[in-house]
Write a protein that binds this ligand. Structure first.
Ligand SMILES: C[S@@+](CC[C@H](N)C(=O)[O-])C[C@H]1O[C@@H](n2cnc3c(N)ncnc32)[C@H](O)[C@@H]1O
Length: 431
């Protein structure tokens, strides 16, 4: 093949990749990480998004994911760990199991932790931390088990090198996860380090931004087809727009992120990571659909534009300073709305009036549309006056929220219908 033909073929291959993220197993030729052992990989996610993550993993080529509580488990290799840290949009962190054992006492925890070959995992020059979750009556103080495992790590290094690694709680280079449920202990490596919602693309943050992993998970949960026009009329600093565009273009959400704790491990294989990272799609010449965002605040739209500028698709996303109710559409135009209006908790708002207006706008202007709204405001949900077709309980940070889908049809003038004691809509009436 001539050199010019090869370049053309390569360009075409990259272009095709932009539109369909092929499962990892098909895409990458098998290459040794120097460590091909089968690992138990746990992807942590947020409450209510376990099935969403299972579906995402299936699309990425991992069909056998086991659903757990706020987590999903698969079997894989270190290459899968690298790949998923880059590609899994709905995971908060990715753990690799080191050991699992039973204990009867605190001493047991120390003794069994000492059996792990810590000095083979990382170098004494790296900082580390032990974090996780403890649900056990064996310990009076739930912080104490972390200290026990930390001591086991330090003592292992001292015994071998007469030296110890430093603990760094805020931004450790190596992070271990300790999970104790009654007398069952699981110790894992947190291969992500800082949580994966720190994507590295957001320079400018709004007053009440939605977490990036929540945004990606909501979009996937909504089953947006990635073709219908996407609109966020309360876009703030643009997180939902960004995650929608990343998903539609096939660009990994973490393409701008540089930090991963796995890079600080002794077994880190830079060539395998570079192969995955360099082959990831990052440039697009167009988007497969329109993506639009607006906000009342010009400061917010400025932030959105600043964040979008860093991405190749940034120029294709339409942004505007306006109130949501100034947006109109052609009657037969299909629009997919996914939005996070002010909650009242974090942003001052006359909640009743705002949500009543949102309901009226959806009903009268956004006909023949699907609108997904995430909010923690019960008053808001009551005031919207539309019957949800679907609802999910989710969390945005500590805030319990409801994520609801409203469908609006032309010709049906729905009235505000009464609500029962729990604030659930009763039978709707039409006139
Ligand atoms: C909860 S924040 C959205 C945060 C956004 N999802 C993010 O990640 O940055 C709600 C946004 O609604 C905007 N807003 C308030 N009233 C509005 C209105 N009438 N029309 C459009 N936007 C409005 C606020 O300026 C704020 O940016």
């Amino acid at each position: 093949m001539k050199k010019s033909d090869k370049i053309r073929v390569e360009k075409l291959r990259k272009f095709v990749l932009l539109y369909k993220v092929r499962p990892y197993h098909e895409k990458m030729e098998k290459k040794s990480t120097g460590n091909n052992e089968e690992l138990t990989i746990t992807l942590k996610c947020l409450f209510g998004f376990e099935q969403t993550l299972v579906e995402e993993l299936e699309e990425l080529g991992y069909p056998k994911a086991e659903q757990l509580n706020r987590a999903v488990r698969i079997k894989g290799t270190w290459k899968d760990v690298y790949y998923l840290n880059l590609y899994a949009r709905c995971a908060i962190s990715i753990l690799v199991e080191l050991d699992k054992f039973y204990i009867k006492s605190e001493e047991d925890l120390y003794r069994k932790s000492m059996k792990i070959k810590w000095t083979e995992i990382f170098d004494v020059s790296k900082t580390f931390a032990v974090k996780g979750a403890v649900f056990s009556t064996l310990f009076n103080n739930t912080q104490y088990p972390y200290l026990v495992v930390k001591d086991a790590i330090v003592d292992s290094f001292r015994n071998e090198f007469d030296d110890r690694p430093d603990v760094e709680l805020k931004r450790p280079q190596v992070l271990f996860d300790l999970y104790i449920k009654e007398n069952e202990v699981t110790i894992s490596l947190n291969t992500s380090g800082i949580p994966l919602f720190q994507r590295g693309y957001r320079e400018a943050v709004g007053d009440a931004p939605i977490n990036e992993v929540v945004a990606a998970s909501l979009i996937r949960l909504s089953k947006w087809d990635r073709k219908t026009t996407f609109l966020d009329p309360f876009c703030g600093s643009g997180t939902l727009l960004m995650e929608a565009a990343l998903l539609a273009s096939g660009i990994p959400s973490n393409i701008e992120r540089q930090h991963y704790a796995f890079k600080n491990l002794k077994n880190y294989d830079e060539s395998v990571w570079n192969d995955i990272y360099d082959n990831a799609p990052r440039n697009v010449r167009s988007l497969p659909c329109r993506i639009m965002g607006s906000d009342l605040s010009d400061e917010m739209i400025l932030k959105t534009r600043r964040n979008l500028r860093a991405m190749s698709f940034g120029r294709f996303i339409e942004t505007k300073v306006c109130s949501f109710d100034e947006i109109t559409k052609e009657e037969d135009e299909a629009i997919f709305i996914l939005t996070n209006p002010p909650y009242g908790e974090r942003l001052a708002a006359n909640t009743h009036e705002l949500y009543e207006n949102i309901g009226n706008w959806l009903k009268h202007t956004m006909t023949n549309s699907q609108a997904w709204v995430i909010t923690s405001s019960e008053e808001g949900l009551k005031s919207i006056g539309l019957r949800p077709s679907v609802k999910h309980k989710v969390f945005n940070g500590d805030l319990e929220c409801s994520f609801r889908m409203f469908e609006t049809y032309a010709g049906s003038k729905r009235t505000h219908f009464p609500f029962d004691e729990e604030g659930e809509p009763q039978e709707e009436t039409e006139n």
